[in-house]
Structure formats: C-alpha cells, structure tokens
Write a protein that binds this ligand. Structure first.
Ligand code: NAD
Ligand code: MG
Length: 372
C-alpha cells in the first residue's frame, strides 16, 4: 500500500530538500532513502526507547528498496545523551565502521537523536550527508527541519553545534502513536507557535481541531505537521542563519528558557511546556505594552490550556518560582544586548515581531503577576 503524503520543500539552492509528511510514509520511503544513499545502507542512529518500536519498520522499508541494513547505533534515551561524552563515543563508533565521504547517517528518534546525529554528520570527515526520521511531534514540526544541530555544554544548552542541513526528512505521523501523551502535548505547543507567529487562520483551525491533533486523528496530525513544516521551511528558506525572521521562531522561548533553567531542564518542565507558558506570557507582555488586544492574549492562553498545556508558572506543581532568578536567567540569554532583552512580541494572533528594547520593569511586572 502506498501511503498518501504531503511534500514540503525547503528551498536553499543546492542544499534544498524535501520533508515527507503522512501516516505511514516511512514504510514507503525506502526508495527515497536509497536515492540519498545511492543504494547503500545508511548508519542508523536511534535511542533505546525508539529502537524496539520503530527500527524494524525502517529496516523493512530499506530492504524493500534493495538496501541491506547495517546494525543501528543505539544511544540511551534522554537529554543527557546530548553531551560531549556521548558525542565522542558516537563519532568513534561511526568512524570505526570505516566510513567514506559518501556514507550517510540516518537519525531515527526525537530531537535529541536528530541534534546529536546531525552534529556528528557535520563533523565526521568535515561533513557527510544525513537523513532525519523524526519520531516525536516536537522533532517533526521543529527540530528535524532547518539544519540546526548540536549538543549541550555545562555552560548551557545547544551551545556547541553547526548548521548542517539534512538531505531528506521523513515525518511519519504513525510513529507518534507510541509517544507518551505528555510528549505529544509538549510538541503541540510548537505547532500552536506557528499559528501565533504568522498563521492566524491556522490558529483558528487549531482552536477547532487541535484536540484531534493531540488525540491522534491521522488527518488532523498530517495537516498540523505539514502546515508547521511549511511555516518553518518558509522562514528558514529566507533566513537560514537567524539574522532576521528566523528569530520569530523563538516566540515564548525567552520566558520559556528561564522557566526551564529554574527547573533544571528536566522532567519537571518539558521544553514545550515552558514554551506554552512563555507564549502566554509573551502575549501578556504585548498587552501590557499596549501592543496587542487583550482578547488575542486570552484566546492564545485559552487554546493552550484547553488541550491540557500549562499556561502559567503556577500550573507547574511544587516549584517555588523566584522572579529575580528568572530575570537574571533571561538577562544571560543569547538574545540580550546592553542589558535590554530581545523579545518576540505580537500585535495580535499571527502577528509576531522582534522587539530589541523591551523595558525590564515591564517584564518584571508580567512575571511577578504570573507567579502569584
Ligand atoms: P527526545 O528526543 O528526548 O524525545 C522525547 C522522549 O520520547 C525520549 O524519551 C524518546 O526516547 C522518546 N521517543 C521518541 N520517539 C518516540 C516514539 N515514537 N514513541 C515513544 N517514545 C518516543 O526529545 P524531543 O522533545 O523530541 O526533542 C528535544 C530536543 O530537541 C532538545 O534537545 C532540543 O534542544 C532539541 N531541539 C532542537 C531544535 C533544532 O532546531 N535543532 C529545535 C527544537 C528542539
Ligand atoms: Mg522550541
């Protein structure tokens, strides 16, 4: 059976590539993989959660296209894998296989696997090709598209890395059926983000259909993933290295990162949950600065909350938030210059913009209100 699929093209001249989206696309993707690997086996990198769930279907697809799969490299699951130690082991394993410039890596997993594998591809022999097969909603709508790869340092998240675009992205929404609900919701926050940034009609569609996306309706998931990938591809296509519009993708992330930092970047608050709260706060801040109608902020928060995402710091149980600490953390953000924090604000739903001179007192007022 051939699954129906959407193809989103990311246009970057010679580095352009397709993002294939659909329910079951992985089982039919063997030929597309073979076209990138010239019929040879890619080195598959995955994690210990994903391997038993989805490696067989990837291998079956490759066998069908005449590729004899080689054993996958299976890393431990979780954010801690994105460190120097695992990166070194991974590269040694890859080099130990006697690779050539034409060897292709294939990342099968969430953003952790995609980021570390992409960076390994950027580094091995000064750069080899890689394919992304994202298996979390977050990685399907965000991390697998756009070419940011990397690992964490003890100085912070994602501080070591490279821009290295994949040759192909295969986003099979059927792989999301095994994803824990909390991870689905965290990824969904990034879906909502595209609506809030520049797609007001998509946001309205999500108000009506977002619950179906979360619950696993395959048509709704495909539409949400395709629209999100198209939005990201359009932005990255004009601003690959984040000198302009790509920064809009950070909506909710300045507040969100501070909240994540305060909770140790762990299970207390997932990245997408921090982004959900952060987007609600960015709309509050936009209202407080007289830039956005209160009704739009209310709609943004109401929709996120309606699917079960947190929208206030106080929605996270058991955390004693400290506003000074949150502000200090934001002031250390990459996006600060001269003590003034760069924010993504909005004139309304679908009308986000970058503001480089947001007053720290206004930020403090919004945060203080939100934690009480
Ligand atoms: P993740 O890769 O840790 O996956 C979340 C969890 O789900 C893991 O335990 C994983 O093993 C499990 N999992 C994955 N697929 C599954 C499936 N189909 N069924 C069951 N379990 C499954 O996390 P993530 O949320 O996908 O990605 C987060 C990472 O992505 C962070 O490191 C973040 O920095 C990075 N990121 C990168 C970019 C980028 O542009 N490169 C953008 C956003 C986020
Ligand atoms: Mg994000």
């Amino acid at each position: 059976m051939t699954a129906s699929l959407d193809t989103v093209r990311l246009d970057l001249g010679a580095r352009s590539y397709d993002i294939l989206v659909g329910d079951g696309v992985l089982s039919d993707a063997g030929e597309r993989i073979a076209a990138v690997t010239k019929g040879r086996a890619p080195i598959v990198v995955t994690d210990a959660n994903v391997a038993p769930l989805h490696l067989d279907s990837l291998n079956a697809a490759m066998i069908e296209a005449g590729i004899a799969p080689s054993p996958a490299i299976i890393l431990p699951a979780g954010e801690k894998t994105k460190d120097f130690g695992h990166f070194q082991t991974l590269l040694d394993d890859i080099l130990g296989r006697g690779i050539e410039r034409s060897t292709v890596l294939l990342a099968l997993g969430g953003g952790v696997i995609g980021d570390i594998t992409g960076f390994a591809a950027a580094s091995a022999l000064r750069g080899i090709d890689f394919i992304q097969v994202p298996t979390t909603l977050l990685s399907q709508v965000d991390s697998s598209v756009g070419g940011k790869t990397g690992i964490n340092s003890r100085h912070g998240k994602n501080l070591i890395g490279a821009f290295h675009q994949p040759r192909l992205v295969i986003a099979d929404t059927a792989t999301l059926d095994t994803l824990p609900k909390r991870e689905v919701l965290a990824g969904y926050a990034e879906v909502v983000k595209y609506g809030l940034i520049r797609l007001p009609d998509f946001f309205t569609w999500l108000e009506g259909n977002g619950q179906r996306v979360v619950d696993g309706d395959s048509a709704a998931r495909r539409h949400a993933v395709t629209t999100s990938c198209r939005a990201k591809a359009d932005i990255v296509g004009v601003d690959e290295r984040e000198s302009g519009d790509r920064a809009l993708l950070n909506l909710g992330h300045t507040f969100g990162h501070a909240l994540e930092a305060a909770t140790g970047f762990g299970q207390t608050l997932l990245h997408g949950e921090g982004v959900s709260i952060g987007m609600a706060l960015a709309f509050d801040l936009s209202v407080a600065l007289g830039l956005c109608p209160a009704e739009d902020a209310r709609r943004a928060r109401a929709h996120l909350a309606s699917v079960g995402l947190p929208v206030r710091p106080t929605d996270i149980p058991g955390v004693a938030w400290n506003v000074d600490e949150l502000i200090r953390s934001m002031a250390k953000d990459k996006k600060v210059s001269d003590g003034r924090i760069t924010f993504i604000l909005a004139n309304g739903i679908g009308q986000a913009f970058t503001r480089r001179d947001v007053d720290a007192d206004a930020v403090r007022a919004v945060l203080s209100e939100s934690v009480t």
